[in-house]
Design a protein around this ligand. Structure first.
Ligand code: F6R
Length: 235
């Protein structure tokens, strides 16, 4: 696509059709900068459609972050997706990042996704180190929702959302690669030169846990939506 706005329009069209076909559709939501053009394009695409029954699951959450912190993914999803689109916050779940519940939060989240009938369309961004969700290099392709340690690279990349890198949590709870692969359609977006290497590895590189995004090659239905810069390392 020529730019982020075009990517947003393309993916928002697809999501609007899904909601039209099934008002209770289950969407897989991502945070970070990448999906923002999709969320921004959606209200115009939805027109007056009833979205009150749409369900959603976020990919990940920081562990141990104060739930009121503006950068907790619960709050990011509420601010950037739920409120502008008029979704029902009770139908949009994020993994529980409380330290106390960390032992069973992963299994609880897996059960909730399964009970909802699985995710129809999963929006994905990709980290400069090739992570999807917060599945950092070394993550098993069979992994399910669990607590992970963030790499130094990811904490540096995400420091822009915090006052300093010291405030970026060390741990996260993330859907696993196995969880992500169960969604019925994966839509991976990436923009800019910084993502070019990760995109090339995910799309054309060997299947390897060193580049978790390469797991998308195992999925029968994947759309990769990139601008010229992010596509620049593809052969
Ligand atoms: C966010 C997520 C991450 C991001 C990735 C890219 O929920 O799971 O995988 O998609 O870190 O982040 P941005 O889009 O900010 O470049």
């Amino acid at each position: 696509v020529p730019d982020r706005a075009a990517a947003g329009a393309l993916v928002a069209d697809e999501i609007a059709s899904l909601i039209q076909a099934d008002p209770e559709v289950v969407l897989g939501l991502a945070t970070g900068s990448t999906p923002l053009p999709v969320y921004q394009a959606l209200p115009a695409r939805l027109g007056g459609m009833d979205v009150s029954r749409v369900r959603g699951f976020a990919l990940d959450e920081y562990v141990g972050i104060d739930p009121t912190h503006p950068q907790s993914y619960r709050n990011v999803i509420l601010r950037e997706v739920v409120e502008p689109l008029g979704l029902d916050p009770r139908r949009i779940r994020t993994p529980d990042g409380a330290v106390d519940g960390a032992e069973h939060a992963g299994a609880d989240y897996e059960r909730a996704i399964a009970d909802a009938g699985g995710v129809e369309l999963q929006i994905l961004g990709i980290g400069t180190d090739g992570h999807i969700g917060f599945n950092e290099p070394g993550s098993s392709f069979a992994s399910l929702t669990r607590v992970k340690t963030l790499t130094e690279q990811t904490r540096r990349d995400n420091a822009r959302f915090f006052d300093s890198i010291d405030q970026v949590p060390m741990h996260c709870i993330t859907q696993g690669l196995g969880t992500i692969l169960r969604a019925r359609h994966l839509v991976l977006l990436a923009f800019g030169q910084r993502k070019a290497e990760a995109v090339a590895g995910a799309v054309e590189g060997p299947l390897t846990a060193s580049l978790p995004g390469s797991a998308i090659q195992l999925h029968p239905r994947v759309s990769v939506v990139v601008d010229e810069a992010a596509a620049s390392r593809l052969r």
